[in-house]
Design a protein around this ligand. Structure first.
Ligand SMILES: [Zn+2]
Length: 209
């Protein structure tokens, strides 16, 4: 997911991976639970962080957004908490909803006002296999839902009526990046893709994840 305003980070982006783009079948894949907690999980987490932080608006990233199929995501909504969640389960905490701009780093330049639960909890494991639980409200809660959806092969556009989704899909098919399975997030092409919708009517300052 990505935020409205670019955020800064001190991270070195050397280990970042290409970001998979809409049309790449890996984004429709139901990812696989992690059962072995070895150095490979930590390497995946490190690469997810590097890639997310390479994108100024990035606030969350799921494994299949860098072409991997483990149930792992990372988040940093720039509210003081950054973490990785392995094998996440989201529990909605109450009936309150939020409406807000939502975008996705795999659907660059696009965004839709999307309804989500206002508050939720995510439980799972960290990179070492230890049990973790985080609560979120607002953007962080949106991010937990968006990233966990990714790991089930689901995208935020699926939450919209067919007519709205189809219109966005048509826009994406016409985009310069369409047909590319993935793009280096530090490349000019990716930056251009993110800016594609500057004159669009759907991007209400989307948070991209
Ligand atoms: Zn996303």
């Amino acid at each position: 997911m990505s935020a409205t305003e670019p955020t800064s980070s001190d991270h070195d982006h050397g280990g970042c991976a290409p970001v998979t783009l809409w049309g790449n079948p890996v984004l429709r894949k139901r990812c696989t639970p992690v059962t072995v907690f070895d150095g490979e999980v930590q390497r995946l987490v490190d690469q997810l962080f590097e890639t997310m932080y390479a994108i100024p608006t990035g606030v969350g990233l799921a494994a299949n957004q860098i072409g991997r199929t483990e149930r792992v995501f990372v988040f940093d909504c720039r509210d003081g908490l950054a973490a990785a969640v392995v094998n996440p389960t989201v529990t909605v905490l109450d009936a309150d909803l939020q409406e807000g701009g939502e975008g996705c780093l795999s659907l660059p330049g696009m965004g839709l006002i999307t309804t989500r639960a206002l508050r939720c909890r995510v439980t799972g494991q960290d990179a070492t296999g230890a049990e973790i639980a985080y609560e979120g409200e607002g953007l962080r809660a949106r991010c937990f839902q968006h990233e966990t959806d990714h790991l089930n092969g689901k995208l935020y556009i699926d939450l919209h009526p067919t007519k709205v989704r189809k219109r966005l899909e048509d826009e994406m098919r016409a985009a310069e990046w369409f047909g590319e399975p993935a793009l280096d997030p530090t490349s000019e092409s990716y930056r251009r893709a993110q800016g594609d919708d500057e004159d669009g009517d759907e991007d209400e300052g989307a948070d991209e994840v």
